[in-house]
Design a protein around this ligand. Structure first.
Ligand code: DGL
Length: 289
């Protein structure tokens, strides 16, 4: 039986295939500073982007079930790949729970472009997803924008492994971004929550190829605003009571790696627990930051 809490003091559960969702969590902390947060990194199963859809759905439902046992009052699916594959079924299973997903920012991308050409950087799984393709077709019909889709195989892994400022990362970004700029993209959608974590490197690579201004679209801020709206509509916003808000991390891989990610990426040092959910896939990779 699905139990939905009405306790305003309950935490919000935020999750991703790994550390990428921290790019969303930082916006949630900025906009909802009084909320208690639980962050789940499913790093033992990262990346989701090259897994079959049923596997991603199973992981999402498993992680959500775990967070539910921790008494969360809302979910943030801080992963484009997981949202495209599984948010519909997650909503079916938890009809009363506020759930916010993350989808590549095609609409803000179409609004930002000056020449109508928008590059979309995302995982292969996201770009192949039916939900993504429907969204793309709707935005094309409404705006006439041209989307250049770039699956970034291996990029989330580089970030997951903590190679944030490495030559390999730069070379990979160059390989994925240069053709989009050559084809005229003046806007790049960061369609995976891992990518805003290397925004500075993306900007550096873009500047190497063009003097023109290129807009980068990250939807983390919009996701946090949507979460605030849903909590308010359900009367679930935490009422400040003088007690500080808390953050706790959970991971299906190494706790040390998630701790390092919190420190490096957010400058924070929350408690972290290792949790096992289901059995690892034979070829899954652990996080090493
Ligand atoms: N952070 C995930 C997303 O937003 C993708 C990383 C992965 O492939 O697991 O799509």
């Amino acid at each position: 039986m699905v139990i939905t809490t009405t306790n305003t003091n309950a935490p919000i559960g935020i999750f991703d295939s790994g550390v990428g969702g921290l790019s969303v969590l930082r916006h949630v902390q900025a906009q909802l500073p009084h909320e208690h947060l639980l962050y789940f990194a499913d790093s033992g199963f990262a990346p989701y982007g090259d897994k079959p859809e049923p596997v991603v759905i199973e992981r999402v439902l498993g992680v959500a079930r775990f967070l539910e046992t921790q008494g969360v009052k809302a979910f943030v699916v801080a992963c484009n790949t997981a949202t495209v594959a599984a948010v519909r079924i997650l909503r079916e299973r938890h009809p009363a729970m506020p759930i916010v997903g993350v989808e590549p920012g095609l609409k803000p991308g179409a609004a930002a472009t000056r020449n109508g050409v928008v590059g979309v950087l995302a995982t292969e799984r996201t770009l192949r997803g039916e939900k993504f393709q429907l969204l793309r077709d709707q935005i094309i019909a409404a705006t006439g924008a041209r989307f250049l889709l770039q699956p970034c195989v291996g990029l989330a892994d580089q970030i997951e492994f903590g190679k944030l400022d490495s030559e390999e990362l730069d070379a990979m970004l160059d390989r994925y971004i240069a053709p989009l700029l050559l084809d005229g993209a003046d806007t790049l959608v960061l369609g995976c929550t891992h990518y805003p974590l290397v925004q500075a490197s993306i900007e550096r690579v873009v500047r190497r190829h063009t003097d023109q201004q290129v807009a980068l679209i990250d939807t983390g801020d919009a996701v946090a605003r949507q979460l605030a709206r849903l909590l308010e509509a359900s009367s679930l916003l935490r009422i400040p009571d003088g007690q500080p808000s808390s953050l706790t991390g959970f991971t299906s891989a190494s706790g040390e790696a998630l701790r390092a990610a919190f420190t490096t990426l957010l400058g924070q040092d929350p408690p972290v627990q290792e949790v096992e959910i289901g059995s690892p896939l034979p070829n899954s990779t652990a996080t090493h930051i």
